[in-house]
Design a protein around this ligand. Structure first.
Ligand SMILES: NC(=O)c1ccc[n+]([C@@H]2O[C@H](COP(=O)([O-])OP(=O)(O)OC[C@H]3O[C@@H](n4cnc5c(N)ncnc54)[C@H](OP(=O)(O)O)[C@@H]3O)[C@@H](O)[C@H]2O)c1
Length: 246
Protein backbone atom coordinates (compact mmCIF):
# COMPACT_ATOMS: atom_id res chain seq x y z
CA UNK A 1 0.00 0.00 0.00
CA UNK A 2 1.19 3.49 -0.79
CA UNK A 3 0.72 6.84 0.95
CA UNK A 4 1.73 10.28 -0.21
CA UNK A 5 2.33 12.81 2.57
CA UNK A 6 2.22 16.34 1.21
CA UNK A 7 4.27 18.77 3.31
CA UNK A 8 7.76 17.80 4.32
CA UNK A 9 7.76 19.97 7.44
CA UNK A 10 7.68 19.17 11.13
CA UNK A 11 4.61 17.00 10.92
CA UNK A 12 5.16 15.54 7.45
CA UNK A 13 8.37 13.83 8.51
CA UNK A 14 6.88 12.41 11.74
CA UNK A 15 3.76 11.18 9.96
CA UNK A 16 5.78 9.68 7.13
CA UNK A 17 7.86 7.70 9.64
CA UNK A 18 4.76 6.46 11.50
CA UNK A 19 3.11 5.25 8.27
CA UNK A 20 6.32 3.60 7.03
CA UNK A 21 6.57 1.76 10.37
CA UNK A 22 3.28 0.01 9.42
CA UNK A 23 4.89 -1.40 6.30
CA UNK A 24 3.51 1.12 3.82
CA UNK A 25 5.47 2.74 1.03
CA UNK A 26 5.57 6.48 1.81
CA UNK A 27 6.39 9.38 -0.47
CA UNK A 28 6.96 12.83 1.13
CA UNK A 29 6.17 15.58 -1.37
CA UNK A 30 6.43 19.35 -1.17
CA UNK A 31 7.98 22.20 -3.10
CA UNK A 32 11.41 20.98 -1.99
CA UNK A 33 10.84 17.69 -3.83
CA UNK A 34 9.29 19.43 -6.86
CA UNK A 35 5.56 19.51 -5.99
CA UNK A 36 3.85 22.84 -5.46
CA UNK A 37 0.21 21.94 -4.85
CA UNK A 38 -0.91 25.40 -5.91
CA UNK A 39 0.73 25.20 -9.34
CA UNK A 40 1.68 21.65 -10.29
CA UNK A 41 -0.23 18.57 -11.43
CA UNK A 42 -1.31 16.99 -8.15
CA UNK A 43 -3.09 14.11 -9.94
CA UNK A 44 0.25 13.00 -11.39
CA UNK A 45 1.85 13.22 -7.94
CA UNK A 46 -0.86 10.99 -6.42
CA UNK A 47 -0.96 8.33 -9.12
CA UNK A 48 -0.78 4.91 -7.44
CA UNK A 49 -1.52 6.31 -3.97
CA UNK A 50 -4.10 4.69 -1.72
CA UNK A 51 -4.12 7.59 0.73
CA UNK A 52 -2.89 11.18 0.68
CA UNK A 53 -2.11 12.98 3.94
CA UNK A 54 -2.29 16.75 3.72
CA UNK A 55 0.23 18.30 6.12
CA UNK A 56 0.94 21.51 4.27
CA UNK A 57 1.17 24.81 6.06
CA UNK A 58 1.94 28.44 5.50
CA UNK A 59 2.08 30.61 8.57
CA UNK A 60 0.30 33.94 8.29
CA UNK A 61 -2.06 35.89 10.52
CA UNK A 62 -3.81 37.39 7.48
CA UNK A 63 -7.27 35.90 7.07
CA UNK A 64 -7.19 36.50 3.32
CA UNK A 65 -3.78 34.89 2.78
CA UNK A 66 -4.47 31.96 5.12
CA UNK A 67 -7.85 31.23 3.55
CA UNK A 68 -6.46 31.53 0.04
CA UNK A 69 -3.60 29.11 0.77
CA UNK A 70 -5.49 26.50 2.78
CA UNK A 71 -8.58 26.40 0.57
CA UNK A 72 -6.55 26.15 -2.63
CA UNK A 73 -4.21 23.54 -1.14
CA UNK A 74 -6.97 21.27 0.13
CA UNK A 75 -9.10 21.68 -3.01
CA UNK A 76 -6.18 20.70 -5.22
CA UNK A 77 -5.25 17.73 -3.03
CA UNK A 78 -8.79 16.48 -2.38
CA UNK A 79 -9.84 16.84 -6.03
CA UNK A 80 -6.72 14.99 -7.20
CA UNK A 81 -7.38 12.25 -4.63
CA UNK A 82 -10.91 11.86 -6.02
CA UNK A 83 -9.48 11.40 -9.53
CA UNK A 84 -6.99 8.68 -8.52
CA UNK A 85 -9.33 7.03 -6.00
CA UNK A 86 -7.27 7.80 -2.90
CA UNK A 87 -8.56 8.64 0.57
CA UNK A 88 -7.75 12.11 1.92
CA UNK A 89 -6.50 12.69 5.49
CA UNK A 90 -6.28 16.33 6.57
CA UNK A 91 -4.42 17.68 9.59
CA UNK A 92 -6.27 20.37 11.46
CA UNK A 93 -6.50 22.07 14.82
CA UNK A 94 -8.88 21.55 17.76
CA UNK A 95 -11.11 24.61 18.12
CA UNK A 96 -10.13 26.32 14.84
CA UNK A 97 -13.80 26.65 13.85
CA UNK A 98 -14.95 28.36 17.07
CA UNK A 99 -16.55 31.75 16.31
CA UNK A 100 -14.50 33.55 18.97
CA UNK A 101 -11.16 32.68 17.28
CA UNK A 102 -12.12 33.60 13.71
CA UNK A 103 -10.51 37.04 14.17
CA UNK A 104 -7.18 35.20 14.10
CA UNK A 105 -6.60 34.84 10.36
CA UNK A 106 -4.72 31.54 10.56
CA UNK A 107 -7.64 29.79 12.28
CA UNK A 108 -10.17 31.34 9.89
CA UNK A 109 -8.06 29.81 7.11
CA UNK A 110 -7.97 26.37 8.76
CA UNK A 111 -11.75 26.43 9.35
CA UNK A 112 -12.30 27.35 5.69
CA UNK A 113 -9.92 24.54 4.69
CA UNK A 114 -11.97 21.96 6.64
CA UNK A 115 -15.16 23.12 4.92
CA UNK A 116 -13.54 23.09 1.47
CA UNK A 117 -12.06 19.61 1.99
CA UNK A 118 -15.57 18.24 2.52
CA UNK A 119 -16.64 19.36 -0.95
CA UNK A 120 -14.09 17.53 -3.12
CA UNK A 121 -15.97 14.24 -3.23
CA UNK A 122 -13.21 12.00 -1.92
CA UNK A 123 -13.49 10.06 1.37
CA UNK A 124 -12.07 12.42 4.00
CA UNK A 125 -10.84 12.07 7.58
CA UNK A 126 -9.95 15.24 9.46
CA UNK A 127 -7.45 14.56 12.24
CA UNK A 128 -7.56 17.51 14.57
CA UNK A 129 -5.06 17.95 17.34
CA UNK A 130 -4.25 20.58 19.89
CA UNK A 131 -0.94 22.43 19.56
CA UNK A 132 2.03 20.10 19.46
CA UNK A 133 4.83 20.05 22.02
CA UNK A 134 6.98 21.21 19.09
CA UNK A 135 4.78 24.31 18.76
CA UNK A 136 6.71 26.16 21.52
CA UNK A 137 9.85 26.06 19.36
CA UNK A 138 7.95 26.80 16.14
CA UNK A 139 6.40 29.87 17.77
CA UNK A 140 9.71 31.03 19.27
CA UNK A 141 11.28 30.90 15.79
CA UNK A 142 8.37 32.74 14.16
CA UNK A 143 8.19 35.58 16.68
CA UNK A 144 11.85 35.96 17.47
CA UNK A 145 13.66 39.29 17.74
CA UNK A 146 17.31 38.52 18.44
CA UNK A 147 17.32 36.50 21.66
CA UNK A 148 13.77 37.54 22.57
CA UNK A 149 10.76 35.45 21.64
CA UNK A 150 7.27 36.94 21.79
CA UNK A 151 4.88 34.35 23.16
CA UNK A 152 1.13 34.89 22.80
CA UNK A 153 -0.84 34.30 26.00
CA UNK A 154 -2.78 31.11 25.36
CA UNK A 155 -4.06 28.20 27.42
CA UNK A 156 -3.44 24.92 25.67
CA UNK A 157 -3.32 21.16 26.18
CA UNK A 158 -0.26 20.34 24.06
CA UNK A 159 0.23 16.94 22.51
CA UNK A 160 3.30 15.08 21.26
CA UNK A 161 3.57 15.09 17.49
CA UNK A 162 4.66 11.45 17.54
CA UNK A 163 1.34 10.58 19.23
CA UNK A 164 -0.61 12.55 16.60
CA UNK A 165 1.43 10.87 13.86
CA UNK A 166 0.54 7.44 15.29
CA UNK A 167 -3.17 8.33 15.15
CA UNK A 168 -2.79 9.53 11.54
CA UNK A 169 -1.02 6.28 10.67
CA UNK A 170 -3.92 4.31 12.20
CA UNK A 171 -6.34 6.25 10.00
CA UNK A 172 -4.16 5.74 6.92
CA UNK A 173 -3.80 2.00 7.49
CA UNK A 174 -7.55 1.62 8.05
CA UNK A 175 -7.24 0.63 11.73
CA UNK A 176 -9.49 3.59 12.44
CA UNK A 177 -12.42 4.48 10.22
CA UNK A 178 -13.85 7.66 11.78
CA UNK A 179 -14.42 10.71 9.59
CA UNK A 180 -13.18 13.02 12.32
CA UNK A 181 -10.69 12.33 15.11
CA UNK A 182 -9.67 14.80 17.82
CA UNK A 183 -6.63 14.32 20.02
CA UNK A 184 -5.07 16.37 22.81
CA UNK A 185 -2.30 15.99 25.36
CA UNK A 186 -2.83 15.03 28.99
CA UNK A 187 -2.16 18.40 30.67
CA UNK A 188 -3.23 22.01 30.47
CA UNK A 189 -0.55 24.65 30.44
CA UNK A 190 0.33 27.89 28.70
CA UNK A 191 2.55 28.51 25.70
CA UNK A 192 4.67 30.80 27.89
CA UNK A 193 5.33 28.04 30.44
CA UNK A 194 6.22 25.64 27.64
CA UNK A 195 8.62 28.10 26.02
CA UNK A 196 10.34 28.78 29.34
CA UNK A 197 10.74 25.02 29.93
CA UNK A 198 12.48 24.38 26.63
CA UNK A 199 15.98 22.97 27.15
CA UNK A 200 19.19 24.65 26.01
CA UNK A 201 20.28 28.31 26.03
CA UNK A 202 17.36 29.14 23.68
CA UNK A 203 15.61 32.46 23.87
CA UNK A 204 14.14 34.75 26.51
CA UNK A 205 10.37 34.39 26.38
CA UNK A 206 8.29 37.55 26.62
CA UNK A 207 4.56 37.30 27.17
CA UNK A 208 2.45 38.89 24.42
CA UNK A 209 -1.17 39.81 25.20
CA UNK A 210 -3.06 39.45 21.91
CA UNK A 211 -5.79 42.04 21.38
CA UNK A 212 -9.51 41.74 20.89
CA UNK A 213 -11.98 38.88 21.10
CA UNK A 214 -9.66 36.15 19.85
CA UNK A 215 -6.86 37.25 22.21
CA UNK A 216 -9.23 36.95 25.16
CA UNK A 217 -10.53 33.63 23.83
CA UNK A 218 -6.97 32.23 23.57
CA UNK A 219 -6.31 33.21 27.19
CA UNK A 220 -9.68 31.89 28.38
CA UNK A 221 -9.23 28.42 26.88
CA UNK A 222 -10.99 28.47 23.49
CA UNK A 223 -8.24 26.18 22.17
CA UNK A 224 -8.65 23.61 24.93
CA UNK A 225 -10.20 20.26 24.00
CA UNK A 226 -13.76 19.27 24.84
CA UNK A 227 -14.70 16.29 27.00
CA UNK A 228 -14.97 13.96 23.97
CA UNK A 229 -11.42 14.61 22.74
CA UNK A 230 -9.06 11.64 22.99
CA UNK A 231 -6.13 12.16 25.34
CA UNK A 232 -2.73 10.82 24.30
CA UNK A 233 0.63 11.11 26.09
CA UNK A 234 3.38 11.86 26.84
CA UNK A 235 2.98 15.13 28.76
CA UNK A 236 5.10 18.12 27.77
CA UNK A 237 7.38 17.67 30.81
CA UNK A 238 7.94 13.99 29.96
CA UNK A 239 8.64 14.94 26.35
CA UNK A 240 11.19 17.60 27.38
CA UNK A 241 12.88 15.17 29.80
CA UNK A 242 13.05 12.52 27.08
CA UNK A 243 14.56 14.98 24.60
CA UNK A 244 17.12 16.16 27.16
CA UNK A 245 18.27 12.56 27.72
CA UNK A 246 19.03 12.05 24.01
N1 LIG B 1 1.97 23.31 14.77
C1 LIG B 1 0.99 22.79 15.48
O1 LIG B 1 1.01 22.78 16.72
C2 LIG B 1 -0.21 22.19 14.74
C3 LIG B 1 -1.21 21.56 15.49
C4 LIG B 1 -2.28 20.97 14.80
C5 LIG B 1 -2.35 21.04 13.41
N2 LIG B 1 -1.36 21.70 12.73
C6 LIG B 1 -1.49 21.77 11.26
O2 LIG B 1 -0.62 20.83 10.67
C7 LIG B 1 -0.24 21.27 9.36
C8 LIG B 1 1.25 21.12 9.17
O3 LIG B 1 1.92 21.90 10.11
P1 LIG B 1 3.52 21.90 10.23
O4 LIG B 1 3.84 22.63 11.47
O5 LIG B 1 4.06 20.54 9.97
O6 LIG B 1 3.89 22.84 9.03
P2 LIG B 1 5.34 23.25 8.55
O7 LIG B 1 6.42 22.68 9.40
O8 LIG B 1 5.27 24.72 8.31
O9 LIG B 1 5.41 22.49 7.16
C9 LIG B 1 4.48 22.74 6.18
C10 LIG B 1 5.02 22.16 4.90
O10 LIG B 1 4.11 22.53 3.86
C11 LIG B 1 4.89 22.55 2.68
N3 LIG B 1 4.25 23.46 1.73
C12 LIG B 1 3.97 24.79 1.87
N4 LIG B 1 3.43 25.28 0.76
C13 LIG B 1 3.36 24.23 -0.12
C14 LIG B 1 2.90 24.09 -1.45
N5 LIG B 1 2.40 25.14 -2.14
N6 LIG B 1 2.98 22.89 -2.05
C15 LIG B 1 3.50 21.81 -1.40
N7 LIG B 1 3.95 21.87 -0.12
C16 LIG B 1 3.88 23.08 0.49
C17 LIG B 1 6.27 23.08 3.08
O11 LIG B 1 7.30 22.36 2.41
P3 LIG B 1 8.08 23.07 1.20
O12 LIG B 1 8.59 24.36 1.73
O13 LIG B 1 9.13 22.09 0.78
O14 LIG B 1 7.01 23.26 0.15
C18 LIG B 1 6.38 22.75 4.56
O15 LIG B 1 7.36 21.77 4.83
C19 LIG B 1 -0.73 22.73 9.24
O16 LIG B 1 -1.86 22.77 8.43
C20 LIG B 1 -1.08 23.10 10.67
O17 LIG B 1 -2.14 24.02 10.73
C21 LIG B 1 -0.30 22.26 13.35
Amino acid sequence: MRAVVIGGGTSGRAIGAAIAARGWVVQLSSRRTGLDVLRDDVVAALTGADVVVEATGRFTTSRRRATDFFVRSTTAIGSAAAVVGARHVLLSIVGCERPEVQGYGYFAGKAAQERAALTTGTPLTVVRSTQWHEFAEQNAERFRIGRLALVPEMSIAPVALTAVAAVVADVVSGDRAERRVEVAGPERTTLLEMTRALPGPGVRALSLRLPGRFGRAFRDGALLPGAATEVVGPSFDEWVADRSRR
